[in-house]
Design a protein around this ligand. Structure first.
Ligand code: P6P
Length: 320
């Protein structure tokens, strides 16, 4: 079902008809996926497949279903020149005359599907500056021409967060009535003493991360002189959604291991879109000392370290 509320909001943001078609198609695919995910345990669509994706991760049944559904719905749009998915090694070429490239993580946090945890679809729309068949080099160069970004979180409710570069809007899915606008102009709250990190990786953290987490854990007796709490949802989209609405910080630093320094999260279809949302909502998102959106990937599956959240908490992490 196309959502008139979303169409109306996109018009208020002066989104072009082509971009509106792409974003409404993604939202409509999200409605279909919400239903599929809700029924997955009964339909037997949980658990792993025998396949691995390009990331070397075992694919969950819902990874494959989500990826195939998004590819199918987006392939019908002639303004899309190519699609990049976490689940696909190479870009999927579409219409050579297309003006947009769509990057997506079809189901972020999919290991949560085995235990009814939150998961999400993350998407990024890049504006093309070239014509003809899309190449990986063009996609990597064009990562900074991000014209829209968003995610759909499948939790107790299904919600859509979206931006075309100015406002960040929050929609909620109403049964049989599409996405309804809840907030136009989401702003990340400051003053929330909460951090999200997988503390099991402590031995592999850099010094800055260790110093920040130690200070949080020292609470009122530590350098931050405040009590903190910690959350870790196992799905970045869920941690980001909490931070967007309540404040705090999320970090996935590169892990220092015997065989090198290893970032985990993927730039094009995880960090780049989330960074656009956070920055448009008054938050910050860094990969090292550089704002994440300034990063230029070398390959379409490049991974980067990330710290994001409310400006006050990110400043404490950066040691400012
Ligand atoms: P870990 C999910 O696999 C994901 O890419 C993010 O959504 C999530 O924040 C992170 O990895 C979880 O990583 O190391 O805690 O399993």
């Amino acid at each position: 079902m196309s959502s008139t509320a979303l169409t109306g909001w996109l018009a208020s943001q002066d989104a072009s008809q082509h971009l509106t078609t792409i974003l409404c198609t993604i939202a409509s695919a999200g409605e279909e996926l919400a239903e599929i995910i809700r029924n997955a345990p009964i339909a037997g669509n949980v658990g792993a497949t025998a396949a691995q994706n390009v990331q070397g991760e075992v694919q969950k049944a819902l990874d494959v279903i989500s990826n195939d559904l998004l590819l199918d719905r987006l392939a019908a749009i002639p303004s899309i020149a190519a699609m990049v998915s976490e689940e696909m090694e190479a870009p999927v070429l579409n219409a050579e005359t297309g003006q947009y490239i769509v990057c997506f993580d079809p189901l972020d946090g999919s290991s949560n599907t085995d235990c009814n945890g939150p998961v999400g679809t993350i998407f990024s729309v890049l504006g093309r500056t070239a014509t003809g068949a899309v190449t990986e080099a063009e996609i990597c160069r064009g990562a900074r021409v991000q014209v829209a970004a968003g995610y759909i979180i499948y939790g107790p409710a299904t919600q859509l967060v979206i931006t075309t570069g100015t406002n960040v809007a929050l929609f909620a899915l109403a049964q049989g009535a599409g996405f309804q606008l809840q907030i136009d102009g989401v702003r990340v709250p400051t003053g929330t003493r909460e951090f999200a990190i997988n503390a099991a990786h402590r031995e592999s953290w850099d010094e800055r991360t260790r110093r920040y987490v130690d200070a949080c854990q020292l609470g009122s007796k530590g350098p931050f002189a405040a009590s903190y709490t910690m959350r870790w949802m196992g799905a970045m989209v869920a941690d980001v959604h909490r931070i967007l609405l309540k404040g705090g910080l999320f970090a996935y630093p590169a892990l220092v291991t015997a065989d090198g320094v290893k970032p985990k999260l993927r730039f094009l279809y995880e960090i780049n879109p989330i960074a656009m949302i956070l920055e448009c909502a008054g938050g910050h998102c860094y990969s090292g000392d550089t704002p994440s959106q300034q990063y230029v990937p070398h390959t379409i599956h490049d991974r980067v370290p990330v710290v994001l959240g409310a400006p006050d908490e990110v400043a404490r992490y950066q040691g400012e």
